[in-house]
Design a protein around this ligand. Structure first.
Ligand SMILES: [Zn+2]
Length: 266
């Protein structure tokens, strides 16, 4: 009997873990879980996160959120790991927030719509949130905090014989929604989001404007998902530095669209 068959599944997974390159930013990461597990973890937590929150499923606001999501996801192209991307609009004007769980399940609260101000502003927030899932920030943080074995055990607990459903969802929520992101993750999400919105045909100059509006809300009303690290100034500096590259993508694609008016975007 070959010795390999005695290895627990998590040891095999550890051996299979390899350095991966984050799409768009090009950052190298080492994540022990395959991306298919992000989908499982996120799906569990999504049900719990949404609970019986009042949802908006039609009308102008809903159409705008849905359209921005469709365009951003289409703009991922071959960078899409095949996540089942989905967005839910929650009717909660007092909550200036949005989040995206591992595997691509997103929630947008109506409270952020006035700050977004337009579909392009919405694409700033949603592109940033898609970036957290795409770069697998939540799973990386869980791996850092729980250790590789803990993360693998958590993922294994997804499977049907497991009874601790809400515990699993709580853990995923804690590491991907409740705790503020670190500075590096935030800046990477800004970078990926900026390129993504430009690819989707949204003017990337709107990104810095969105963060300025968010900054004007003041520290006390800044939601936890927009942690105080990096500062709004740091974000805007980075966005300005990346703007020429984003504008090149935006303008290049616009030219293509005018040559070929049938192409998606606008
Ligand atoms: Zn973020």
């Amino acid at each position: 009997m070959p010795r390999t068959s005695l290895r627990p599944a998590w040891v095999t997974a550890l051996l299979l873990a390899a350095c991966a390159t984050t799409p768009i930013s090009g950052r190298q990461t080492l994540i022990v879980l395959p991306a298919t597990e992000d989908v499982n973890l996120g799906a569990q937590a999504y049900d719990q996160a949404l609970g019986d929150a009042p949802r908006i499923t039609s009308g102008a606001q809903f159409e705008q959120v849905k359209r921005a999501m469709d365009r951003l996801v289409a703009a991922l192209g071959s960078d899409d790991p095949g996540f089942p991307w989905e967005v839910t609009l929650i009717d909660d004007p007092a909550t200036v927030n949005a989040f995206c769980l591992p595997g691509g399940k997103m929630a947008v609260y109506t409270g952020i719509l006035p700050v977004a101000a337009s579909e392009a502003g919405l694409a700033v927030v949603m592109g940033h949130e898609i970036a957290h899932a795409l770069a697998r920030h939540g799973v990386q943080r869980m791996q850092l905090e729980m250790g590789k074995q803990g993360l693998l055990e958590l993922a294994a607990s997804f499977y049907p014989e497991y009874a601790g459903y809400s515990e699993l969802a709580d853990t995923v929520m804690t590491y991907t929604v409740s705790l503020p992101w670190g500075r590096g993750d935030e800046l990477e999400a800004d970078e990926i989001g900026l390129i993504l919105m430009a690819r989707a045909g949204y003017d990337p100059r709107e990104a810095a404007k969105f963060w300025e509006r968010m900054s004007a809300l003041g520290e006390s009303s800044t939601p936890s998902f927009l942690s105080t690290h990096p500062s709004h100034g740091q974000r805007i500096d980075q966005l300005n530095a990346l703007l020429p590259k984003a504008l090149e993508i935006y303008n290049g694609d616009r030219q293509q669209r005018s040559v070929n008016p049938g192409a998606v975007g606008g």
